[in-house]
Design a protein around this ligand. Structure first.
Ligand SMILES: Nc1nc2c(ncn2[C@@H]2O[C@H](COP(=O)(O)OP(=O)(O)OP(=O)(O)O)[C@@H](O)[C@H]2O)c(=O)[nH]1
Ligand SMILES: [Mg+2]
Ligand SMILES: [Zn+2]
Length: 310
């Protein structure tokens, strides 16, 4: 008989599968015929997928995945080695949470905006979590509040927290309740610290900022989903640097900046790139500071294909 399970983790050929109704965990692999149907992706099954499975070996708790249920959404990046392939990071997400820090390490707005473009592209609601609040003096707090105001104004919820000192963590917990949330951000921003705080049983390893010698190296670890409370899941994603690399055509890029999209309707030319055209409402809005200069600059650098992933 076939049952439905949730993919919690992938380790290459094998997948960890949770039957949400019974709470049972299994190890599953794809049945041969299924593999052939799935093209141009490096991983046919992703964390967050709902799959139909059949018990294979009861004593070893192994199952065969016989079908993947349609996804409500997914988020993908380019495959590392095969240019025309995509790697699906996770599927069926309710929310993405980008954890950022203004220092130790600093997350640039270039990286934030690139992630937000990806999230818009995949139709994924996103919240920005500014961590390490305990390290801020008054001056830094003011800068932080300005950043938050900038992103809130264009529709992204923001939260400032300290995972280490347990500040504002209840508010964060509320935002995640009953959802499947992708947690992402640069190495060292405190994702594991935060997850341990939400669910002390996880015991995730954390490490000192000074030991991140390999910031630029692709990590081969896999995304993993945790149930932090009944029906509340978070997905921890290592190696997220590549996530910024989405293929957005130049002429579509403005669509993924909500505030640019909004005023661009009134540009004189329907194919306005908002760079040099006369009577461009976007340029005008940047001039009057209705559109933040840093957002516009990041639009330009993405338009010209510059690498601002850091
Ligand atoms: N001061 C301060 N330090 C923090 C906070 N949260 C995390 N840290 C520290 O930042 C360092 C990195 O934290 P991790 O939780 O390992 O970071 P991570 O995002 O999981 O990093 P990767 O697993 O490499 O992606 C550790 O030394 C943490 O103790 C915070 O709120 N305040
Ligand atoms: Mg970590
Ligand atoms: Zn324009």
């Amino acid at each position: 008989m076939c049952e439905i399970g949730l993919v919690m983790r992938s380790t290459g050929l094998w997948y960890d599968i949770l039957n949400e109704e019974t709470g049972q965990h299994f190890r599953g692999r794809l049945r041969g015929k299924l593999k052939l149907k799935l093209k141009k992706v490096t991983n046919p099954v992703a964390v967050g997928d709902c799959v139909e499975y059949e018990l294979e070996n009861e004593s070893e708790n192994t199952v065969a995945i016989i079908n993947i249920l349609p996804r409500t959404n997914f988020i993908a990046r380019k495959a590392v080695q095969k240019a025309k392939y995509r790697h699906i990071i996770a599927a069926n997400l309710d929310l993405a949470m980008l954890v950022v820090t203004l220092a130790m390490p600093r997350t640039s707005t270039g990286f934030i905006d690139r992630f937000l473009v990806s999230a818009e592209l995949f139709d994924l609601p996103t919240i920005l979590v500014f961590n390490k609040l305990d390290m801020f003096d008054e001056e830094a707090l003011e800068i932080l509040d300005n950043y938050m105001a900038m992103y809130e104004q264009i529709g992204y919820s923001c939260l400032k927290i300290s995972a280490l000192k347990n500040q504002n963590m209840e508010a964060l917990e509320k935002m995640l309740e009953g959802k499947k949330t992708l947690i992402t951000g640069h190495s060292g921003v405190g994702k594991s610290t935060l997850l341990n705080r939400l669910s002390p049983d996880l015991h995730l390893a954390t490490h000192e900022v000074s030991t991140f010698a390999n910031k630029g190296v692709h990590t081969t670890t896999f995304a993993e989903m945790f149930e932090i409370k009944p029906k509340t899941y978070v997905i921890d994603t290592p190696g997220i640097k590549e996530l910024g690399l989405v293929d957005v055509e130049q002429d579509e890029l403005a669509d993924y900046f909500p505030e640019i999209r909004e005023v661009a309707e009134n540009c004189k030319f329907y194919n306005c790139t908002h760079i040099h055209e006369p009577h461009c409402q976007v340029i005008e809005a940047v001039r009057t500071e209705e559109i933040a200069l840093s957002r516009y600059k990041n639009y330009l650098s993405m338009f010209y294909g510059e690498d601002n992933r850091r």
